[in-house]
Design a protein around this ligand. Sequence first.
Ligand code: MN
Length: 228
Amino acid sequence: MSMIFTPKPTPVVDIAGTNDKFPVNRIYCVGMNYHDHVVEFGSDPQEVDPVFFLKPADAIVGNNVDVPYPPKTSDFHYEIELVLAIGKQAINITADQAENYIYGYAVGNDLTRRDLQAEMKALGMPWDTSKAFDKSATITAIHPASVIGHPKEGRIWLSVNGEIQQNSDIKMMIASSNQIVAALSELYTLEPGDLIYTGTPAGIGPVVSGDVMEAGIDGIDRLTTRVI
Ligand code: MN
């Protein structure tokens, strides 16, 4: 048996403070996970549960790497998010057990073609074209929990060209990191290499070519991305 073409290399994310790499398996994302963001989307936080979706592993883009303005949109949005990096296989675990499966934490941006998302939502159809496109998941290095612990609070923010657009705290998440890992482990077999983008606070908005997004979560890292 031989491969009929050379497989692409596995996408990787840096591990902070080392030359080690985290090989990416799947990228899970959570939508509607901050009250103020659910409200800005015109929904009632009492009636909306966090929603799960995926991006392809090769959508990952490292820190300080430019991203192209994507095709087929005129409303390209940022969404700053806490990212969990899974280090052990997890099936049907509880929230109390979740920290044993989280290798580390990073800061990520769930880049979104908002106009395509609105069109698909209006049709009641899947949003994949709005979320799962090339270079749609920027991320900092992963900071191991063995070094930084398991952050439960900390300012999360994003600026465009130096102007703050998103400004909240990860303690405002509706489903906690541990609850998200538990819920996903009931739906899927979580594997080492999985990344989980945990949702964005209010203040989402557009960027255009030439804009620079700077973002961060206190106690974790800072993420800089230029749109070209
Ligand atoms: Mn998001």
